[in-house]
Design a protein around this ligand. Structure first.
Ligand code: ADP
Ligand code: MG
Length: 163
């Protein structure tokens, strides 16, 4: 039940000085940072991250906007570990659309853009965070962003007592 998941603070989150705030929310929930780095990726890498799966679910047009968005500036990549971490992180991140993301979630607290506005302005939704959608996605995405040697196994003090 201990899972790892991949988070990106997307270019909008880095440029809005929200990296520390985002990391702090995950840390406060007890998730363990097992990998972390800043990356300014190119289109080839972005295409491996936002795969054809996005085309199937959201359409080619959204994928193209998203690829342009992801390479606009550096991102901060995090690999987090914890109990059922994939779902827990998605809960902390909130809905894809900030307009409907619940207050208390990262997307709900720090953004409010809607699908309609993004469509009208031909832009990808700047919703601050990418978080793996399921365990298979997490496995593939962690392997894409991190080498094995960049991921660390260590114990947090509270693990001795609580887990
Ligand atoms: P999530 O990031 O919540 O897992 P998806 O994987 O479905 O959501 O989509 C990836 C990203 O594509 C979203 O985080 C958002 O930035 C962008 N996106 C999704 N749908 C749209 C849309 N209709 N218009 C613009 N951008 C979109
Ligand atoms: Mg997704």
């Amino acid at each position: 039940m201990i899972e790892r998941t991949l988070i990106l603070v997307k270019p909008d989150g880095v440029q809005r000085h929200l990296v520390g705030e985002v990391i702090s929310r995950f840390e406060k929930a007890g998730l363990k940072i097992v990998g972390m780095k800043m990356v300014w990726c190119d289109k080839e890498h972005a295409m491996k991250h936002y795969t054809e799966d996005i085309t199937v679910r959201r359409g080619e047009h959204v994928r193209n906007k998203l690829l342009r968005f992801l390479v606009m500036g550096p991102v901060v990549a995090l690999c987090l570990e914890g109990i059922e971490a994939v779902d827990v992180v998605r809960k902390i991140v909130g809905d894809t659309q900030p307009k409907t993301a619940a207050p208390g979630t990262i997307r709900g607290d720090y953004a409010h853009i809607s699908y309609a506005y993004a469509d009208a302005h031909d832009k990808a939704i700047p919703n601050l965070i990418h978080a793996s959608g399921n365990k298979d996605e997490a496995k593939a995405e962690i392997a894409l962003w991190f080498k094995d040697s960049e991921l660390y196994n260590y114990k947090l003090p509270h693990e001795e007592h609580i887990l």
